[in-house]
Each structure stands twice: as C-alpha cells, then as structure tokens.
Write a protein that binds this ligand. Structure first.
Ligand SMILES: [Zn+2]
Length: 206
C-alpha cells in the first residue's frame, strides 16, 4: 500500500460568468500548485467547466501517485460513473469529457478516487482547499487574461489551504481527509453514500 504522504489531493471547480458566458475552471493540489483556465468554446453548461477541471487534474497528476480529486459537481460525478460503467448515453460535451477522464485514469498506474463535496458549506480539511479553488474558478470566469498581481495575492491562500488539507489526513471517511458531506444542520447529507465517491482503477496493460 502506498504511503499516505504519496497521496495527492486535487480540488477542482468550475464557474460561469452569467453576463459574458465565459466558463472558468480551476484546480489546486495538496502539493500547493494550482492553476486556472477558461473553457473554449464558451459554454452555458456548468458541467462543462466542472468536468474540464476534473479532467485536467487526472491528466496532469503524476501517474504513479494515488490521486483523490474533489468536486462539488454531482452531474460531473454521474457522467464519470456512467463512463466508467460503459453506460450508453446521449452524446454531449460533459459525456465526452467524462470518457476522456476515465481513459486518463485508466492510463495511470495508481488508483484515482473522485469525491463529491457540498460546495460552500463544510470548513475542514479538503473542503478548505476546495473553497480556494471555488474562488479561483470564479475569478477565472471574470478574467480571461493572466494577471500576475492576482496570482501573487491568491497563491498564499492556496498554499495555506493545501497545508490545512494535508494536516487533515487520517481524519474523516477517507485517508485523504475527505469527510462525508453534511447538511446545513451538520447531519449526514440525505443521499445514498455510495454516490459520493467513485474509484477508478488502472486499466489492463495493453
Ligand atoms: Zn479521499
């Protein structure tokens, strides 16, 4: 079994600026690195930037490190679940991105785990990292061009959140620090727990 220190957690999020239709997405890892991008072509479907953020996280993580990706998009997770199961479904951009993400996960040599978190609610562990990514995605949707001052201001917050996420390892429902989602009253979220986490295993070596 891989050491817990090898485990890489990447929080992802997408955002759409309603006035412009620009879809931004962002990711940040427990290594402290992060990035933002805008989706092209633009999209009015929030599942597109959410799915692109997850695909980016899976494609560019070191292939031999166990990877846990955090998303607040149930629609993206559902698309990944269907892609992994080989379920036939209507052709759409989120469906195609999910197919590419599952292929990228199968090409890795370590396991890939996708966790769902409720956005904007919990305040511990990986959710702290997710909160910073949420901010970055919203800013990405507002700014199509790079602004070095913004990176300089944002990086310390991401670094701090990544450290908090690393410190939360071993607590919660998963070794990565992910905790089962709760409702606003702090009670277990009223949905089937099996829908909160998807495990994607390396594919057969061909
Ligand atoms: Zn995990």
């Amino acid at each position: 079994m891989a050491a817990i220190s090898d485990l890489l957690v990447v929080a992802t999020d997408g955002s759409i600026r309603a006035t412009t239709g620009v879809a931004g997405f962002a990711w940040a890892s427990t290594d402290g690195d992060w990035g933002v991008a805008c989706a092209w072509p633009t999209s009015d479907n929030i599942t597109v930037p959410e799915s692109l953020a997850i695909r980016t996280a899976v494609k560019y993580a070191p292939a031999d490190r166990p990877l846990h990706v955090v998303t607040d998009s149930q629609a993206s997770l559902e698309q990944l679940r269907m892609a992994a199961a080989g379920t036939r479904r209507r052709d759409s951009r989120p469906a195609r991105i999910a197919d590419q993400t599952v292929a990228a996960a199968q090409a890795r040599t370590a396991e890939t785990v996708i966790h769902w978190v409720r956005g904007h609610t919990q305040t511990a562990g990986v959710t702290v990292l997710h909160r910073q990514v949420d901010r970055a995605a919203r800013t990405a949707a507002r700014h199509a061009s790079a602004n070095p001052d913004w990176y300089d201001r944002t990086t310390p917050y991401v670094t701090e959140a990544a450290a908090a996420a690393v410190a939360s390892r071993g607590a919660g429902a998963c070794p990565c620090g992910w905790a089962e989602p709760t409702n606003t009253a702090g009670e277990p979220y009223p949905s089937d727990p099996t829908t909160w986490t998807l495990r994607l295993h390396p594919g057969p070596v061909s």
